[in-house]
Ligand binder design. Structure first.
Ligand code: 6R9
Length: 649
């Protein structure tokens, strides 16, 4: 935000939903947790660390003697993979299903904790045979198949840090990430299934590795059976090397601050940042939040997070949090509309999913496809619904609760980032009276607030910047190889506080509402207006499924609001409809927020984790050449949008 004026507080949302009495009565975490953590924050986290099995119990909690470089549980030692697998087998749960894998073509596999342990041990032995060991880095470029989970855990088991790159990123993107992390091994597959057909992965790795001589071997999982180029001596089939390994492997204990993984976030500009996470604090917070926010009961729940493993959500809430907690979960390889638009609901019905964690972008897509699709499936097993990735528009939140959650399931909107490692702000399903569209409350043990340009906390009812005011166990430790960039990016804007890069407001009850990336905030006639609020106002119109709003340079107002809108079901584009939508926003938020232009489109540009890439839409609205499109799911979307604009600007 470039002016001193804080974000206008435009949206009013009065709906409230109390937690279901039955869930509240048996909830894993009650309101007492907030009090306990407020009274002794570090003591609270020390207690949560005891959820894990340590080879050496930590006696220290936080070492903040060299801020902003934190150490958590620094004299403790543990093995993360042992915590995610072996200890559940040792506790007598070896027969419990860890993973229900559902392939896109309809193949499925159920893998028990005992089987997962054997697979992880074989893979750990295979990595050792390939010369990978403690302190090395391994790049992972796989589809959503069980081997992705096994590969990550095998790295953790031997103390090698993984760097997972979205299957589908270009060879250039992979090469720069391999290079930055100096990875010596790449794990990939021949391909994976997407939208009903095999999609090759190995060619991108062959291309990338031709430019990254530090890579000694490429380990290849056979998934689709398609033809692959083969480099003798370098390439190794996963099934061949795994078959000759022992299923015994003794897990060595590593220091709590031993690197667990690097994950690259693109941000809006500049070179990708390699976010570094370490072991003990990360596992403590992912395990605790998964237990608290989803109320997970490991012996009865079936949990499903629809994220890709290449997104932090897949790391923290498919691999580490759920497996540390001994959960039974579903993993699905493909897209939600293959072979039909009810695929997700068919999976919920088939496995009796009780907890579902997905993204607003998916929810808005389901709204667009129509209420009748989920209505034909039995979704009565669901008891908690989660959302992550973007602010969820109140109307999408209510639709999720009504049409997926039978009008009674709590919805938890969880705010966090790659950098935070785990959830930070979220309702608790057995405690919080929820508000559609708000992440509401910092979790127990987390300190967050909203500040203005001068770093003063804003009063209730005002907007500004989201900051985290105390270190937390799963925080990033640095940007790989660039401590200075870590300090500059996160800790310099408001000294002593972590700057998340998100706009936010506090409502009259002090609850937090996320308002999108600060880079996306619009400045219209001297007023800061959040893209999120205008988008939510548009989505609250019955004919709108989804929208993306940007500020385009304007001679009179500084910036003018330009809205891209996807219509619901059978609604049709017309001048009358556009006028109706402008009026609707004016009535909902006030005349200042009325879009100057509204363009009806059929798709929006999104990243693989479902975030709308507003900067590309800004390029369109300002009639500029498009910036970097390499992290888009589907770059043809931009051609479609531009073809709708005969007279842009
Ligand atoms: C987990 C994840 C982080 C950014 C974050 C914010 C947005 C995520 C959100 C949310 C509002 C939520 N974001 N969850 N905004 N409400 N519940 O998404 O990590 O991919 O690093 O993105 O996503 O803008 O700063 P990551």
């Amino acid at each position: 935000m470039s002016s001193n004026e804080s974000l206008a507080n435009l949206l009013k949302e009065e709906r409230r939903f109390a937690p279901p009495a039955e869930l509240a009565a048996a909830a894993n975490v009650t309101a007492a947790a907030y009090e306990q953590a407020a009274a002794d924050r570090l003591g609270f986290w020390a207690e949560q660390a005891r959820r894990l099995s340590w080879a050496t119990e930590p006696t220290q909690t936080l070492d903040w003697s060299n801020p902003p470089f934190a150490k958590w549980f620094a004299d403790g030692e543990l093995n993360v993979a042992y915590n995610c697998v072996d200890r559940h087998v040792e506790a007598g749960h070896g027969d419990r299903i860890a993973l229900h894998f559902e392939g896109e073509p309809g193949d499925s596999r159920a893998i028990s904790y005992a089987e997962l342990k054997d697979e992880v041990c074989r893979a750990a032995n295979a990595l050792t045979e390939l010369g990978v060991g403690k302190g090395d880095r391994v790049a992972v470029y796989l589809p959503m198949i069980p081997e992705a989970v096994v590969a990550m855990l095998a790295c953790a088991r031997i103390g090698a840090a993984h760097s997972v790159v979205f299957g589908g990123f270009s060879a250039d993107a992979v090469a720069s990430r391999i290079d930055d992390a100096d990875a010596k091994l790449v794990i990939t597959a021949d391909g994976g299934y997407r939208r009903g057909k095999p999609s090759a992965l190995k060619p991108a790795i062959d291309d990338a590795v031709s430019r990254t001589p530090q890579v000694e071997h490429v380990l290849v999982v056979r998934r689709t059976g398609q033809d692959v180029e083969w480099t003798e001596g370098r390439d190794v089939w996963w099934h061949e090397i795994a078959a000759r390994q022992s299923a015994e492997h003794t897990a060595e204990a590593f220091n709590a601050e031993h690197p667990l993984f690097i994950l690259y976030t693109s941000g809006t500009t500049g070179k990708p940042k390699g976010i570094l996470h370490t072991s003990g604090g990360y596992l403590t917070q992912t395990s605790y939040t998964h237990h608290a926010v989803f109320d997970l009961k490991p012996d009865s729940d079936v949990y499903w997070c629809t994220a890709d493993i290449g997104w932090v959500t897949g790391h923290s809430y498919i691999v580490y949090g759920p497996l540390a907690n001994g959960a039974t979960q579903v993993i699905y390889e493909g897209t939600p509309d293959t072979p039909h638009q009810g695929r997700f609901w068919e999976i919920v019905q088939k496995y009796g999913v009780t907890i579902l964690y997905t993204a607003p972008t998916a929810i808005r897509t389901f709204m667009k496809w129509g209420d009748d699709i989920p209505a034909t499936f039995d979704l009565s097993s669901l008891r908690v619904l989660g959302s992550v990735g973007e602010p969820i528009n109140p109307e999408a939140w209510v639709w999720y609760r009504e049409h997926i959650g039978a009008g009674k399931t709590p919805v938890v909107d969880t705010w966090w980032q790659t950098e935070t490692g785990a959830m930070m702000i979220s309702p608790l399903p057995g405690v919080t009276a929820t508000k559609p569209g708000s992440a509401q409350t910092p979790l127990p043990g987390i300190a967050a607030t909203v500040v203005d340009d001068e770093a003063n906390e804003v009063p209730d009812g005002s907007g500004g910047y989201l900051v985290l005011t105390e270190p937390w166990p799963s925080m990033l430790r640095t940007i790989w190889g660039d401590d200075q960039r870590y300090v500059d990016t996160y800790w310099s804007r408001f000294p002593g506080r972590y700057f998340a890069g998100d706009g936010a407001k506090k409502d009259d009850d002090g609850d937090i509402w996320l308002l999108g990336r600060v880079d996306d905030v619009m400045l219209v006639s001297g007023h800061n207006i959040s893209t999120t609020e205008v988008e939510s106002a548009l989505v609250s119109h019955p004919k709108v499924a989804e929208s993306a709003v940007v500020g385009a340079t304007d001679e009179t107002t500084g910036q003018a609001i330009v809205a891209f809108v996807i219509l619901r079901g059978t609604a049709e584009d017309s001048a009358d409809l556009v006028a109706e939508l402008r009026d609707h926003v004016g009535k909902t938020l006030g005349p200042i927020a009325k879009p100057k232009r509204i363009l009806i489109v059929s798709e929006l540009p999104k990243t693989r984790s479902g975030k709308i890439m507003r900067r590309l839409l800004r390029d369109v609205a300002e009639n500029r050449e498009l910036g970097d499109v390499t992290t888009l799911t589907d770059s043809s979307v931009m051609d479609l949008i531009q073809s709708r604009l005969p007279t842009a600007a």
